[in-house]
Design a protein around this ligand. Structure first.
Ligand code: DHB
Length: 394
C-alpha cells in the first residue's frame, strides 16, 4: 500500500486527557486537528490514574461542553484531613479560600473526552504504530501506520506532543535546545483498589512513624488507597492480610478504623519530579506529562496537563484568528510558571508527609513541627488549600 499524505492545522500526538481536550477546544474554535495515539482506546480507559480535579479543571470540562457528568457522578470535596500523631486535622477549603475540588477519576475524564470527540466527528486515530515526528523548524511532519496497516504522512502547521511521560516528541528536541530538571525520591506508592465502603467523608493524608498513607475513594463500594513503599517493592509479596495490617498501623487509632474489604487491584507507582524546558521547540509544543512529571502527593498531574492545553489553545486560537504569534511565544513561560508552583507544592506535600529512610530523630521532630505550623495557622492552612484546589489562572 502506498503511503498517503494528509494535512491538518494542528497535529496532536497522544489521545490522553491533554491531547483530546486540546483537540476539542480547537474544534469548537473551528480549527482542524488530527490526534495520533499508539495505545488503543480500551487500554487508555482501563489505566487507573489519580482522581482529584481542581475547580478550574471542572470548569473547563463543563464550560467547554465536554460533559457535566463530573457534576453528577463526581463527588465535591470541601476539604481534606491531615492526620499525624494519631489525630486528624481538617483543612476546610471552602472556608479558607472559597473553593472545592471534585473526586472524579481520570479514566472518567478520558471517557468523557473520547466520547465527545467521537460525537463531534473528531479525527482521533488510536492503535497507531511506527510514529515518527520531524521538521519542527518548518511544517512539522508525523509519519505513522494506522490500526489497519496503512502508512501515512501527516503534515501540519503545528505539532503538539501530548504523548505522556515516555514522550516520543520530547526526545526529538536536541539536547542543546532544552534543559531537563530531575529530582528522585527514595520511595514509591503501593496503590490498591478495594471493595469496601468509604472510611471517611474526605480524603485522609496520613503521616505516621511507619510511613505515609493516603485514603481516597472511587465510589460508595470501591475505594482507592495508597501507602508509601520501597520503589523496588514487589506487589506479588503482598496478600490482603499484609496490606491491611500495613494500612492499620499507619492510619488507625484514637477511635478511627479503616473499613476493609477484598483488594481488587494493586500496583507500585514510581515517584519523581521532572521538567523539560522550554515547552516549545520551533513549531513543536509539549503539553502535560510529555513535559513534566510531579510526584502524586497532591494530585497535580492531570490538572497541570489541562492547564497547559488551556494556555496553548489560547495561543493557537489567537494565531489562526489574527496571525499573531505573541500568545504562542509566551506559552512556555506561562505554562511553566504553574508547573513550577505545582512542582514545589507536590515536593512540599511529599517531604512533609513521607518517612524519609535514614532520617534521624531531629528530622522526624522537625517534620511534626512543620505539620503543626500548617494546621495551627490560618495562613498555613490557606496556603495548602489554595495550592490543592488550584491557584487562580492568569
Ligand atoms: C488520588 C491520588 C492522589 O495522588 C491524590 O493526591 C489524591 C487522590 C486518587 O487516586 O484518588
Amino acid at each position: 500500500m502506498a503511503r498517503k499524505t494528509i494535512t491538518t492545522q494542528v497535529a496532536i500526538m497522544g489521545a490522553g486527557p491533554a491531547g483530546l481536550m486540546l483537540s476539542h477546544l480547537l474544534y469548537k474554535a473551528g480549527i482542524e486537528s488530527t490526534v495520533i495515539e499508539v495505545r488503543s482506546r480500551e487500554e487508555i480507559a482501563a489505566t487507573v490514574r489519580a482522581g482529584i480535579l481542581e475547580h478550574g479543571s471542572v470548569n473547563l470540562l463543563v464550560d467547554s461542553g465536554v460533559s457535566d457528568r463530573v457534576l453528577r457522578d463526581g463527588d465535591e470535596h470541601q476539604g481534606i484531613e491531615l492526620r499525624f500523631n494519631g489525630e486528624s486535622h481538617h483543612i476546610d477549603f471552602s472556608d479558607l479560600v472559597g473553593e472545592s475540588v471534585y473526586l472524579y477519576a481520570q479514566t472518567e475524564v478520558f471517557k468523557d473526552l473520547a466520547e465527545r470527540r467521537e460525537l463531534d466527528g473528531g479525527d482521533v486515530r488510536y492503535s497507531c504504530s511506527n510514529t515518527q515526528a520531524s521538521e519542527f523548524a518548518g511544517r512539522p511532519v508525523v509519519q505513522f501506520t494506522d490500526s489497519e496497516g496503512q502508512e501515512f504522512e501527516l503534515q501540519a502547521d503545528f505539532l503538539v506532543g501530548a504523548d505522556g511521560s515516555r514522550s516520543h516528541c520530547r526526545f526529538q528536541v536536541p539536547e542543546a535546545d532544552r534543559k531537563w530538571y530531575f529530582h528522585e525520591y527514595p520511595f514509591a506508592w503501593f496503590g490498591i483498589l478495594t471493595e469496601a465502603p468509604k472510611s471517611s467523608k474526605e480524603l485522609i493524608y496520613a503521616n505516621s512513624e511507619h510511613g505515609f498513607a493516603l485514603i481516597s475513594q472511587r465510589s460508595d463500594d470501591v475505594q482507592r488507597m495508597y501507602f508509601q513503599c520501597d520503589p523496588k517493592e514487589n506487589v506479588g509479596e503482598w496478600d490482603d492480610d499484609r496490606i491491611w495490617a500495613e494500612f492499620r498501623r499507619r492510619v488507625n487509632g484514637n477511635g478511627f478504623e479503616l473499613k476493609e474489604g477484598p483488594v481488587i487491584d494493586k500496583m507500585v507507582l514510581p515517584f519523581r519530579s521532572f521538567v523539560h524546558a522550554p515547552m516549545r521547540h520551533g513549531n513543536l509544543f509539549l503539553a502535560g506529562d510529555a513535559a513534566h512529571t510531579v510526584p502524586p502527593t497532591g494530585a497535580k498531574g492531570l490538572n497541570l496537563a489541562l492547564n497547559d492545553v488551556k494556555v496553548l489553545f489560547e495561543g493557537l486560537d489567537n494565531y489562526f484568528k489574527s496571525g499573531s504569534t505573541s500568545l504562542l511565544d509566551s506559552y512556555s513561560d506561562r505554562a511553566l510558571e504553574r508547573v513550577w508552583k505545582a512542582q514545589h507544592f507536590s515536593y512540599w506535600m511529599t517531604t512533609m508527609l513521607h518517612h524519609v529512610p535514614g532520617a534521624d530523630e531531629f528530622g522526624r521532630a522537625r517534620q511534626l513541627g512543620e505539620l503543626n505550623s500548617v494546621i495551627s495557622s490560618r495562613h498555613g492552612r490557606a496556603y495548602l488549600a489554595e495550592a490543592y484546589t488550584g491557584w487562580p489562572s492568569k
